[in-house]
Design a protein around this ligand. Structure first.
Ligand code: URA
Length: 210
């Protein structure tokens, strides 16, 4: 069982994150780093998957070799910034089933508003990994996990790049059974719900919008 919070302190992750935070990093650079970092984060969030063995024959002899067990895992991107994290993870786990949850943050209330949801079937028998680069207020993440549980998921992990203490606390209160994996926990949220020091709006930085 993963802890409720795992901070991935690997030097490569921390180095790449620092470059992503810099305001002068280009859209292309940000996207490339996000893809690279997502591979390293995927390695952590997929720890402790169920395993079984398969009888195989090497050029030397037969052996019982380890392979993943159970149904293909489900990756759920919380739109739109989740897609940037998901693309890299899919390179590592190409057979994963993929779902999308569309939520936007009402700028006044900071509450999530759902505009789209399409998730794989049989979530109850899959490991479900929800991805969103920024765990800020936690409102969107909690709403996304609510939706996944309502769709049957019981084994869920949440992967982000940056988290605020407020978001972690909110997730822990609402979904204590969902481990969070992140590259860093920043200081706080500002009055607009942005993570400080953060990296700005992850969606805008990866898609070059304003
Ligand atoms: N979403 C972002 O993209 N950035 C933040 O700092 C908070 C939420």
């Amino acid at each position: 069982m993963l802890d409720h919070l795992t901070i991935v302190t690997h030097p490569l992750v921390q180095h790449k994150l620092t470059i992503m935070r810099k305001k002068e990093t280009s859209t292309a650079g940000f996207r490339r780093l996000l893809r690279e970092i997502s591979l390293l984060l995927a390695y952590e969030v997929t720890r402790e998957l169920d395993m079984t063995t398969m009888r195989i024959e090497t050029p030397i002899c037969e052996m019982d070799a380890p392979i993943l067990d159970g149904k293909k895992l489900a990756l759920i991107s919380i739109l739109r910034a989740g897609n940037g994290l998901m693309d890299g993870i899919l390179e590592l786990i190409p057979a994963a089933r993929v779902g999308f949850i569309g939520l936007y943050r009402d700028p006044e209330t900071l509450q999530p508003v759902q505009y789209y949801a399409k998730v794989p079937e049989m979530l109850e028998s899959r490991l479900v990994i929800a991805v969103d680069p920024m765990l800020a207020t936690g409102n969107s993440s909690v709403a996304a996990i609510d939706l996944l549980k309502a769709a049957g998921a019981t084994n869920i992990r949440f992967l982000c790049l940056l988290a605020a203490p407020e978001g972690i606390a909110r997730m822990k209160a609402a979904h204590p059974d969902v481990p969070i994996v992140t590259a860093a926990v920043d200081e706080k949220l500002n009055d607009h719900g942005y993570i400080v020091p953060g990296l700005g709006d992850a969606g805008d930085r990866m898609f070059g919008t304003k």
